[in-house]
Design a protein around this ligand. Sequence first.
Ligand SMILES: [Zn+2]
Ligand SMILES: [Zn+2]
Length: 253
Amino acid sequence: MDYSIKSDKKLIESCVCDYNCNTKRFIQNFNNWTSGNNDIDKFIQNTQLSEHTYKVKNALEWIPYDRLDDIKYVADYKSGKMYRARWTDGCISDNSWNTSITLEFINKIAVSHKVYGITQDQETKNYMVVLKDICEKCKIMCNSMYFQQNFNNWTSGNNDINKFIQNTQLSEHTYYKVKNALEWIPYDRLYDIEYITDDDKFGKVYRANWADGCIWYWNKINKNWKRKDQNMFVILKILNNSASITLELINKV
Ligand SMILES: [Zn+2]
Ligand SMILES: [Zn+2]
């Protein structure tokens, strides 16, 4: 989609649809929103005036800032700061957004990202583009993104262990079944913990039941991991020196 500005008069005249196309619907709604900035209003309206479709494909919309919550800073890019937020009204997935807003920027970003609309931070007054959240490597949502969105919802209490687990999750560029990522398992999710034997390398070995079972795939509707093998038997080995956990060690286990 080329978000270039054409005269809206021409665009309305160019409607040859014999049904109530989205362009017509958008025009009826022009008076019900404003970005507070004439250029941005025009810009969004122009994308809507080209939407002679039944299902909306490319039109942008004005997204009121208070429809976004859980806003978290992600990274600094040449084009501006990037944040991740939850969009209450929703398209299907979560969205990230970016500060600078120029036509060039939107055109550039529209090559690889689905662009939903524009919003304004009520405090800084910055206009921001609202994009679909995707993995920069996979160009679609992958499991590493779902893990990343969840980083603030758990901690092992040890920075090295957090980093180690997070790294395994960030490498999980898979699309359906999770293959190799580790997770932090709260101790109270394990029960019937029973001593089995002494191992030369690890010391005491235990057996337990894991109530939740292991991560299977991302459930897009619940926005949580679908798990399998609830109450499965697992083996517990003690990590004597937590700082020295390496992938090699985990592989040996
Ligand atoms: Zn039309
Ligand atoms: Zn990926």
